[in-house]
Design a protein around this ligand. Structure first.
Ligand code: KE4
Length: 435
């Protein structure tokens, strides 16, 4: 397998784009190679500019749960684009998608469309601060909520990948009111809230953390956050940009039975086009301009192409069997990978829930950011490259997830496990040779 065309494209990309990519975690730096450049995709497969084809477990970092170029999504966008791309004037499809979201996520009575997950969380925090009149926010180490200044504290995803806890350019006075603590450590949250709860506008959490790899909430953790927010008058915000519509029709809040005050959405809601959203109870959301006086806006918010792509995608998830099918597929893959690692004698901690999974090259179970950061990222880099050679595309970072979708078939997963058997042996040989 050669990547000469991708290599040439990467060199040219670096001439015009910082680091050659439009989002850092795509860069491949964490896995010791330049990124591949994609020419086209269909179903669960992507084809790069050298003609190499891969089974794709990134799925554009989650949106493509129905698979690439799904005919229903393509047709919805094609019909919409024939009538124009954007108007900056209300359209009926915005009402239809808002209604669909509210039907699928009962805690959402009103919802505002934006253009990214970052915009969704940034806006939800502004709303929470306005609604409560308080400044402090609580987040969790290793959770990633996009790149808004006040959330770039002990964040996951690309920051975990490159080992940077925050970012230059974010003034201390901006992050002074952001308090990040260990995920799953309810005692520490309760202690902080006993001391400062009256100053806390919101606790924002990924109900299933998927930006430090996949880390599940311990039993009682989310309910504990709900209780402590109720006691202190703070809002509980679920960042369901990844988990929304992925873990259940109503997201993690349906699957895990804890109801937030505000929900942030993204990825799947746009079906691969740029969409984010935030929503919740009407008495909170009505603070947003022009109904209220909390300002947030966006030129392309609710644009018809993205709305139609999102609607077509959500309609593909209406079949109640979808989530048990995705759960079974992902369980099958996770079991195969675990067995392959054991056969090769490679320590692997596999965390999985629904169609989200992650294999940590770690000896101890991974239950939070500090245990995730003990993973052997060099071993992961070898695994990534060996899997790529065998036609399987994984996230180019240990601290991301496998995103399974409706297009992944048993044959794809069998191919993946067979490739992993060889790739794990390469990891073992590398580990042994490096002593
Ligand atoms: P965007 O602004 O990238 O659309 O969404 C930010 C965001 C917010 N909340 C959660 C839980 C998220 O996972 C994300 C973005 N996810 C990463 C992948 N883990 C996006 C990939 C990238 O940054 O290129």
């Amino acid at each position: 397998m050669t990547w000469s065309n991708s290599a040439k494209l990467y060199e040219e990309a670096c001439r015009w784009i910082p680091g050659g990519v439009n989002s850092p975690v795509r860069s491949g730096r964490a896995v010791g190679m330049h990124p591949i450049f994609i020419r086209e995709a269909s179903g669960c497969r992507i084809t790069d500019e050298d003609g190499n084809q891969y089974i794709d477990y990134v799925a554009s970092w989650g949106p493509l749960i129905a698979g690439h170029a799904h005919p229903a999504v393509v047709e919805a966008v094609r019909k919409a684009v024939m009538k124009g791309t954007s108007y900056g004037i209300p359209t009926s499809i915005e009402i239809e998608l808002a209604r669909k979201v509210a039907e699928m996520v009962p805690s959402i009575q009103l919802v505002r469309m934006v253009n990214s997950g970052t915009e969704a969380t940034m806006s939800a925090l502004r709303l929470a601060r306005a609604y409560t009149g308080r400044r402090k926010i609580v987040k969790f180490n290793g959770c990633y909520h996009g790149h808004a200044d006040s959330l770039l504290v002990q964040a996951g995803s690309g920051l975990a990948t490159f080992g940077i806890p925050g970012s230059p350019g974010v003034p201390e006075e901006i992050v002074r009111h952001t308090h990040s603590m260990p995920y799953n450590d309810l005692d520490q949250v309760e202690g902080f809230m006993r001391a400062h709860g009256e100053e806390v506008a919101a606790v924002i959490v990924e109900p299933v953390a998927a930006n430090m790899g996949v880390v599940l909430p311990k039993p009682g953790f989310l309910q504990g956050l709900r209780t402590v927010c109720d006691e202190c008058g703070a809002l509980l915000i679920f960042d369901e940009v990844i988990t929304g519509f992925r873990l259940a029709q109503g997201g993690a809040q349906e699957l895990l039975g804890v109801t937030p005050d505000l929900t942030c959405l993204g990825k799947i809601i746009g079906g691969g086009l740029p969409v984010g959203a935030y929503g919740g109870r009407a008495e909170i959301m009505e603070k947003m301009a022009p109904a209220g006086d909390v300002y947030q806006a966006g030129t392309l918010s609710g644009n018809p192409l993205a709305m139609n792509a999102g609607m077509a995608t959500l309609e593909l998830l209406q079949n109640v069997d979808v989530y048990s099918i995705l759960d079974e597929k992902t369980a099958y893959l996770a079991k195969g990978l675990s067995e392959a690692a054991a056969l090769a004698g490679v320590p692997l901690q596999t965390n999985r829930i629904g169609s989200l999974a992650c294999g940590f090259f770690a000896i101890e179970p991974v239950t939070d950011f500090s245990s995730a950061m003990k993973a052997d990222t060099q071993a992961y880099a070898v695994f990534f490259r060996e899997m790529l050679k065998r036609g399987v595309y994984l996230a180019p970072s240990q601290f991301e997830a496998y995103f399974l979708g409706l297009a992944h078939e048993k044959a794809d997963m069998d191919h993946t496990v067979n490739a992993a058997m060889e790739a794990f042996r390469c990891v073992r040989d590398m580990t042994m040779s490096s002593g």
